[in-house]
Design a protein around this ligand. Structure first.
Ligand code: NAD
Length: 307
């Protein structure tokens, strides 16, 4: 098949692109390299630098493409609180631009990388796709808006759409910016270097940590699965882990006795997030297979930054 992946030079995009290229598919990647690294892509992936809102570029890249994976986005919850306009422009505006270009060229299907945080703080866990979203950050709002745009424009123009609500993905190659780094690679780095692990809040907040290979398996299935048009589908591990247990696991796999500090003055964000995987199992035959401890070990082994 012919694929276009937006955000292809990013953490999830590059894993997906390399996987599809290894399977013998034709893969084009688009990324503006605002955080992505083209070195992460195998030479078999045809890479183009560009903005996801650049419709003329999209018209060219979309020729002969069967399925688009739309991953290009700004991805930090705390950063989105500081720069909501940027998050709206890239995550919402970029999605609308892509859908227009797909309509113009006539592409069959798009798989959107949406996000667990669209649910916000809901009492009942694990979260089913039928729960009413309650986004708590501009990032979450932008992802929910992107879901609606994809589905609505898709319906109007006969483009099949699937939105995957990915929970806390982690693994080798995850971007590690100096401010607001994602918790898993940040804690691994701190533990390995004997730095302090600072936990926001009291550490009782829970998340669903899912290893990148499991996410890639769901994304791959979403490109060809039947009867998924218009659906939103959770992708996680299905395991609810609080930050205290994540810290224990990180210290265990790294063999570190780094200091842990609980900063109860700062918010730990949404109190609970865990994916119900019933729909993913039914529609995508999705069975996550990598435990948190195993995923952390694989990250240490496969990511040269942790050598
Ligand atoms: P990432 O930052 O590594 O990847 C995003 C990529 O998009 C980067 O390479 C960046 O350079 C590119 N990009 C940003 N703005 C762009 C623009 N205007 N035009 C073209 N490219 C642009 O993040 P990731 O973790 O790989 O996330 C990929 C997607 O998956 C995102 O849409 C994110 O919202 C979604 N997602 C990720 C997670 C996770 O835990 N990693 C969870 C839920 C959803």
């Amino acid at each position: 098949m012919n694929f276009l992946i937006t955000g292809a030079a990013g953490f999830l995009g590059s894993s997906l692109a390399n996987h599809l290229a290894r399977e013998g598919h034709q893969v084009r990647g688009l990324d503006d390299l605002s955080t992505g690294d083209p070195q992460a892509l195998s030479p078999d992936v045809h890479f183009t630098r560009g903005d996801v809102s650049d419709r003329p570029k999209l018209w060219t890249l979309l020729q002969e493409v069967d399925v688009v994976y739309h991953l290009a986005a700004r991805v930090s919850v705390p950063e989105s609180i500081l720069y909501p306009r940027d998050y709206n422009a890239v995550n919402v505006g970029g999605t609308v631009a892509l859908m227009e270009a797909m309509r113009d060229v006539g592409v069959r299907r798009v798989v959107l990388a949406s996000s667990g945080p669209v649910y916000g703080d809901l009492g009942e866990q694990p979260l089913k796709e039928s729960a009413a979203p309650n986004p708590r950050s501009p990032y979450a709002v932008s992802k929910l808006a992107a879901e609606y745009y994809v589905r609505t424009i898709g319906r109007l123009w006969g483009i099949e759409t699937v939105s995957l609500r990915i929970f806390n993905a982690y693994g080798p190659g995850q971007h590690l910016p100096p401010s607001h780094p994602p918790v898993v690679p940040h804690f691994l780095k701190q533990a390995q270097r004997g730095g302090t692990l600072v936990v926001h809040g009291d550490g009782t907040q829970t998340r669903d940590y899912v290893y990148v290979d499991d996410v890639v398996s769901a994304m791959v299935a979403a490109s060809t699965a039947p009867n998924v048009d218009g659906l939103v589908i959770n992708v996680g591990s299905g395991k609810e882990t609080n930050i205290r247990d994540l810290v224990k696991c990180v210290l265990d796999v790294t063999g570190s006795n780094a200091e842990v500090l609980y900063n109860t003055q700062t918010s730990g964000g949404v109190s609970r997030l865990c994916a119900d995987l019933t729909l993913a199992s039914q529609k995508l035959n999705y069975r996550p297979s990598i435990s948190l401890a195993e995923g952390l070990r694989l990250t240490l082994k496969r990511d040269p930054r942790f050598k």
